[in-house]
Design a protein around this ligand. Structure first.
Ligand code: SF4
Ligand code: SF4
Length: 381
């Protein structure tokens, strides 16, 4: 039996859902108090003191955005997001399968759905559908016309000779292809040997949140096979959520030695560009901020961006509300968190940069009139 939650309350400091409502029953600590007795890893053998049924569990699962900050804060490294994923796995329902269909098969349709949504005037849609419509509109790709900055390698600095392959993830593959092409160009410009990236698929992170472990396993297997076939190169990642999901791969999918090699190979793109020289163009605006994605852990993007983009300020808000499968299980919560996150920027902020595919789309969907949200790759070349 695994040792579970001590009810120390440290996770309350970091949970965005608790921060939003200030209700202890919404906290990771409360969820674990209720759910651990139902879980085979934590409950004493043969004892089930909880009288929660699946409807109650479902309600608890809707109150988590899968940011995984509770794991980071917890001395025992307990992830309430993982606990809820196990619960969903044990109680599958239609929402998970719709989500799987959306991610696995409908990606190529996302741009057309975005275009169709952008033709619907705001006043036509019932208010209950507005968040979904906004999310669909945010999928429309409108690249910046002129970059704010160009990045160059400082002459004389040598880069690692190990080949690099870029992990694009679903969003870049389907609706923001310029993120992958720019990454390939930048890495080439910096002198890295860049391998073909096209065979990688979804990182599987969102399938884990949905409790669809078989689907997640096959996605992980595909990505590991690609990596091995390419000779175990470095994997450059420009999305915090993909990086977080990829860093969870391990045994039995990978041997012990390959688990170490895989995790060491995962490299945030900004680490590979750390010695960049910046040339700012006249397109750089005056007012802009940065949203720090929950899933980075250590965020290397902010220091890189601060080194070149003067005046960049981190927003004071928390999670954007995109994580897990919250968009489908609890769109109201997802939108409330996005609004709180955006409220953490000074009024009249024209642009918000971030470094996660999910945060980009989520904040773009919820941003007020006059604020545009980009992945930082959108504004550099
Ligand atoms: S994963 Fe995030 S939202 Fe969910 S319980 Fe943990 S801290 Fe709260
Ligand atoms: S930090 Fe960990 S041990 Fe403490 S209350 Fe939260 S989940 Fe439980």
């Amino acid at each position: 039996m695994k040792r579970g939650c001590t009810q120390c309350g440290e996770c309350l400091r970091v949970c965005p859902v608790y921060a939003q409502f200030k209700r202890e029953e919404y906290s990771p600590k409360a969820k674990r108090l209720l759910l651990e007795p139902l879980h085979e890893d934590y409950a004493a053998p043969g004892v089930n003191p909880s009288d929660l049924d699946w409807d109650h569990v479902k309600e608890l699962a809707r109150l988590c955005v899968g940011c995984d900050k509770c794991r980071t804060a917890c001395a025992r490294k307990l992830s309430t997001a993982d606990l809820l994923a196990d619960m969903r796995h044990a109680h599958p329902n239609w929402t998970q399968h719709f989500w799987s269909l959306w991610i696995k098969h409908m990606g190529p349709l996302w741009p057309s759905l975005g275009m169709m949504a952008s033709l619907v005037p705001g006043w036509v849609a019932p208010s209950a559908l507005k968040p979904s419509l906004d999310s669909a509109k945010a999928m429309v790709n409108e690249p910046v016309k002129k970059p704010w900055a160009r990045l160059f390698k400082i002459p004389g600095i040598q880069v690692d000779s190990k080949p690099v392959v870029v992990f694009p993830g679903c969003t870049a593959k389907n609706i923001r292809p310029q993120w992958t092409s720019k990454t390939n160009n930048l890495l080439g410009l910096f002198g890295y040997t860049v391998l073909d990236t096209s065979d990688f698929g979804c990182c599987g992170g969102t399938m884990h949140s949905a409790g669809l472990y078989d689907t997640m396993d096959s996605m992980q297997q595909n990505n590991v096979d690609v990596w091995k076939k390419l000779g175990r190169p470095r994997i450059a990642v420009f999305c915090a959520s993909c990086h977080h999901a990829l860093s969870q791969y391990g045994q039995p999918l990978l041997s012990e030695a390959d688990t170490v090699a895989w995790r060491e190979s995962l490299t945030p793109l900004s680490v590979l560009l750390a010695d960049a020289q910046w040339e700012i163009t006249d397109a750089k605006p005056e007012s802009y901020g940065y949203h720090q994605p929950c899933h980075w852990g250590t965020d290397h993007d902010l220091p890189l961006l601060e080194s070149g983009l003067s005046g960049l300020r981190k927003g004071e808000g928390q999670c954007c509300g995109m994580g897990g499968i919250t968009q489908i299980t609890n769109p109201d919560l997802s939108r409330q968190l996005a609004d709180s996150c955006l409220a953490g920027f000074p009024k009249n902020t024209e642009y918000i940069l971030t470094s996660c595919s999910g945060c980009t789309i989520q904040l773009a969907a919820a941003a007020p009139e006059g604020t545009t949200v980009y992945h930082w790759l959108d504004v550099v070349e």
